[in-house]
Design a binder for this molecule. Structure first.
Ligand code: X5A
Ligand code: ZN
Length: 650
């Protein structure tokens, strides 16, 4: 449905007219650098370009006092001396004769973006604005911010569009205390902010930026602060915060709209943030938010002072809004202890207000000792239930052998869940029937009786074609439907083919069948996949995605078997979220008698469309929660992205 980019050149006018080391980083080149890069990457051209309008004074009045609006209006006619004197009355603020005009354009851009998304003109968008907004308060400018762009956009979405649940995600490295104050007692706005805090020793030095500020009155639990107490937070820390904290709450909240206070001073190189997350991380954060609110995501620029890092991070965000798969994340996917401490403390503080944080391991449990076999691979953690003589168990033993002789870096991870097949094929590639039928296909099919029939062979041909295309980088994602009788054999061939396709291939195989599978080891995980919202989400966010982000597969093979039991929206969500860690390379294998709706919905998410919303949250059953907690406990020593609290010191 498209992505809007809202901008106006006039917003480059405001600038610092005197010496002020604190404020000089907020300069016009921030916008021009970002826009130039968007053009060079061909991203601007792919967006619906909207020219920002000025917000009206009535719109400013949605969150600001008339006296404050008048005060800012009057700065237009002040001389430099007077501007400087007035600026000194606020913390980290400069006024310029163009400030009122620029700040009204910034608010107007945010409102236009929200209107375009909520009227269905576009699916999502980015407002490239300055001055930023999230520090600004009812009657005060603060931290380079004059009017609170995002807060006004939220108030407008409530007032003009009748929205009842809006999620604000503030990934700027500073605490958006302005937004927090404005919606503190309002349960219709869930405000999440992470920020450099250092136990209160970082600007704006507020007690209320800490994790125990949770809102008040009706709004209790609708303010979520995640303070970072050390600098240097990186990709793994940010992704862990989303998977283990923000997303559980966000799914439970079930927003109708997501607003992002998109500051990029939380990216590597920024002098304010001193963090380590790379620009690609913002593609992943964006993608993780796009599964909410039917994909209605509006990002507004806040901070970001390292021009190169800012420009690249803006491009990553816009590219992801456009539906492109996120590039792989660099660096080890291991959250640091300080990040885990922060995440754990917020989970514990917020648990009374959120079902999605209850029934989880918010209390300490002993960690199991991790013993490694001489080959460097941990022994099986469990000897599982009944051994099923299915393709799955046969494959499991093959995979085991591969993993037990690990000299070559072939490293399959298998997350087996209750039910049996996978398929994916974008509609355009489905047409490749002829090309797919060749000798190689027949050779792969020969050992399998069930692949003898024409339909089975055709499906296998398509699958091999897609698989090769994906591993060679020619095809981004795919879907294949097999005759049910050929499903198991097709999957087996797919995995073998994937593993034999050159060295260094990492395949995450998700086999969603009707039965329990046999084993649990580092590379084989079996668990029932609860189909109720709460159990399903905690399994996806708490197990499947952390494994996938830790493993960083070259390819994800999702097999939806006959008894997979997933409803369309659940299957779509899972498939859509797996695109992230797989660089978009998800191959779905379905059975031909799956409903056409399921195939359609999966084809759309594989192309980057948002999955439909799951609707109201229902809590996981105690049994499901227990099983998940146990599994996670077993796997945590090896898969660090599963951790959401620090190690206990002995
Ligand atoms: C929007 C933003 C930062 C102000 C820092 C003052 N403001 N030291 O990033
Ligand atoms: Zn900032």
């Amino acid at each position: 449905m498209g992505t809007a980019l809202v901008y106006h050149e006039d917003m480059t006018a405001t600038r610092l007219l005197w010496d002020d080391p604190e404020c000089e980083i907020e300069r016009p080149e921030r916008l021009t650098a970002a826009l130039d890069r968007l053009r060079k990457c061909g991203l601007e051209q792919r967006c619906l370009r909207l020219s920002a309008r000025e917000a009206s004074e009535e719109e400013l009045g949605l969150v600001h006092s008339p006296e404050y609006v008048s005060l800012v209006r009057e700065t237009q006619v002040l001389g430099k001396e007077e501007l400087q004197a007035l600026s000194g009355q606020f913390d980290a603020i400069y006024f310029h004769p163009s400030t009122f005009h620029c700040a009204r354009l910034a608010v107007g851009a945010a409102l236009q973006l929200v209107d375009a998304v909520l009227t269905g003109v576009v699916q999502n968008g980015f407002a490239l604005v300055r001055p930023p907004g999230h520090h600004s308060q009812r009657a005060a400018a603060n931290g380079f911010c004059v009017f609170n762009n995002v807060a006004i956009a939220a108030a407008h979405a409530k007032q003009k569009h009748g929205l009842q649940r809006i999620l604000i995600v503030d990934w700027d490295v500073h605490h958006g205390q302005g937004i927090q104050y404005l919606f503190e007692d309002d349960p219709s706005v869930l405000y999440f902010s992470w920020h450099r805090y250092e136990h209160g020793r970082f600007w704006p030095f507020l007690r209320e930026s800490d994790a125990d500020a949770v809102g008040r009155g009706q709004g209790l639990g609708f303010t979520v602060n995640l303070p970072w107490n050390q600098v240097g937070m990186g990709n793994a820390d940010y992704v862990a915060a989303f998977l283990h904290l923000l997303l559980p709450l966000a799914f439970e909240f079930d927003p109708e709209l997501v607003l992002v206070s998109a500051g990029f001073d939380s990216a590597i190189g920024d002098p304010e943030g001193q963090m380590q997350a790379t620009p690609e991380c913002f593609a992943h954060l964006t993608q993780l938010l796009q599964v909410l609110a039917g994909g209605r995501v509006c990002a507004m620029l806040e901070g970001g002072y390292h021009l190169e890092s800012l420009a690249e991070s803006v491009c990553m965000t816009v590219q992801t809004l456009l539906g492109d798969p996120a590039p792989p994340l660099s660096g080890p996917m291991v959250p640091c202890q300080s990040a885990l401490e922060s995440i754990q403390s917020v989970r514990a503080t917020q648990a009374p207000y959120w079902k999605s944080l209850q029934l989880q391991d918010v209390t300490p449990v002993p960690t199991s000792p991790s013993t490694h076999s001489p080959e460097g691979r941990p022994p099986p953690l469990l000897s599982g239930g009944p051994v099923c003589k299915t393709a799955a168990s046969v494959l499991s033993s093959q995979l085991d052998q591969l993993c037990l002789h690990p000299a070559p870096p072939v490293c399959p991870a298998v997350a087996l869940t209750a039910p049996d097949i996978t398929l994916v094929l974008p509609p355009d590639v489905t047409q490749q029937e002829g090309a797919a039928l060749n000798e190689e296909t027949e050779a792969w099919a020969r050992p399998h009786e069930s692949l003898a029939q024409d339909e089975a062979l055709t499906a296998l041909g398509k699958l091999l074609y897609l698989l090769d295309g994906m591993l060679d980088g020619q095809v981004s994602s795919g879907m294949v439907a097999t005759p049910p009788s050929a499903a198991a054999a097709t999957l087996e061939v797919a995995i073998q083919r994937g593993l034999s396709h050159g060295a260094q291939r990492r395949i995450l195989w998700l086999n969603i069948r009707g039965k329990e599978a046999a084993a649990l080891s580092m590379f084989q995980v079996s668990t029932p996949l609860p189909v109720l919202t709460g159990g399903f989400l905690s399994c996806i966010l708490g197990l499947v995605l952390p494994l996938a982000y830790g493993f960083q597969p070259d390819l994800v093979l999702v097999a939806l078997g006959p008894a997979h039991g997933l409803q369309g929206p659940h299957a779509a969500l899972l498939t859509s979220m797996l695109r992230g860690p797989a660089g978009g390379r998800v191959l779905a294998l379905l059975e031909e008698d799956s409903t056409p709706q399921l195939a359609g919905i999966l084809a759309r998410v594989l192309h980057g469309e948002a999955p439909p919303s799951l609707g109201p949250y229902s809590v996981a059953s105690p049994e499901d929660a227990q099983a998940l907690m146990y599994l996670r406990g077993q796997l945590k020593p090896q898969w660090k992205m599963l951790q959401c609290r620090p190690h206990l010191e002995a």
